[in-house]
Each structure stands twice: as C-alpha cells, then as structure tokens.
Write a protein of this length. Structure first.
Length: 220
C-alpha cells in the first residue's frame, strides 16, 4: 500500500555520503526531511541539492535533519557534489543515500516493488517517480508527502513554512490558514470547545463564523 500521512516512516539501513545510516536511529528525537532524486547529474536536481545546502542552517534552527537520496552509487554522489558546488555555490552539507539496489525507493513506494535489478542502466525517465519530499516527525510518523515531476524544481522555502506550521500545531491546539507564515494569526481547531478555548485564549478571538475562531499565533 502507498504510504500516507500518519504512517510510520519505514526504517532502513543504507550507505550514504557520510557513512552507514540506520534511518530511525539517525532521526533520533529530531524532525527530518527526506528528498529523493531519480539520478545523479540531472539538471533540476543539481539546482535542488545546491539550494538545500544553502538553506540547511534554517532547517538546523528548526531541529530538522536533512537527507537526500539518489538512485546511483555514493561514489557518483561525490563526483556530482563537485558539479553542484561549482554551478550552485554550495555543495551538499547533509548525507545523500546511494540507493543502488532500489531498496529505499521501493520501500517508500517511489518505484514499484516489482522493479528488477539495480541502478545500473536505468535512466532518469525510468526513475522519474523518485521525486518526493517527506517530512517526518520525532515520533517517526510521516507528516508531509509531496511528489514533484522531473521538470519542476521543488520549493524548499515552502517545506520550511510547512515545518513551522507542523511544529507549532504539534505544540498548540491550533491550525494555520491559507498562505500562513510565521507570526500570522492562526485558527483554533474544531476539537477545542468554546469553554476550553476561553481558558487557552483568555483575550478572546475573532469569529466571522462560529467554526472559524481566529487568534494571534501562540508563542513557541
């Protein structure tokens, strides 16, 4: 079955550019982002890995670890890293998984379980579905899944925005409205009664409708 939000992220052991990774152990009590690539030395992915390296300090601030995956050997990743640095200004400063046996891609439903063989001889088109972004919480459950086509570069600023929302709403009984960003007003969730909301938000709230109760963002 396809993975869904709320599922436990499958655990695995894999070789990365920073050594052997035991995925759940590596996540520890942090948040994590796993983002995947169909093949090394592909143009859109080159821009993505460089931009993620540039943004990594922002993920660090949010206690969020980053790991990439590409359906090629770790040795190839090392050569690709040089191109990324020379063309994007930043080399990957996070581990990148070498998924040569397609194990992780199949485990996460990015390639069919029936896919045969190894990465050898496979083209980017063969692996075009290996273009996912997953956010995983400290509880090892999947919080976000986004799949992108090969011709559309990913928006990692949006991933940061979602992590801000996930971390806020994990701590407080609120939800974030359309286009929300850090510091904007939020919505009291429907699971909170008015009586409970009065205790949680003694200053009150704006309610253009009874089900739409708007309050300032709680402090982190």
């Amino acid at each position: 079955m396809a993975l869904q939000i709320g599922d436990i992220a499958p655990d695995f052991e894999a070789q990365t550019t920073e050594g052997t990774m035991h995925f759940h152990e590596w996540i520890g009590d942090s948040w994590a982002v796993l983002f995947s690539h169909p093949k090394d030395f592909t143009p859109v992915c080159t821009t993505e890995l460089g931009y993620m390296a540039k943004l990594k300090p922002e993920f660090d601030k949010r206690r969020t670890k980053v790991v990439g995956l590409s359906v090629d050997p770790v040795e190839s990743h090392a050569r690709w890293s040089q191109d990324i640095k020379e063309t994007q200004g930043y080399a990957p400063n996070y581990p990148v998984i070498g998924d040569t046996d397609l194990k992780v891609s199949k485990l996460y439903g990015m390639l069919p379980a029936t896919a045969q063989g190894t990465c050898e001889g496979r083209t980017p088109a063969d692996n075009q579905t290996v273009r996912n972004v997953l956010v995983i919480g400290p509880d090892k459950r999947i919080k976000l899944i986004i799949a992108y086509p090969m011709t559309t570069g990913r928006n990692f600023d949006e991933v940061l925005r979602v992590i801000d929302s996930l971390q806020l709403t994990a701590k407080h009984k609120v939800a974030t409205p359309v286009n929300w960003k850090q510091g904007d007003d939020v919505i009291i969730t429907g699971a909170v009664s008015d009586d409970e909301a009065k205790r949680m938000f003694p200053a009150g709230w704006k309610a253009p409708r009874p089900y739409l109760r708007i309050v300032p963002q709680p402090r982190p």
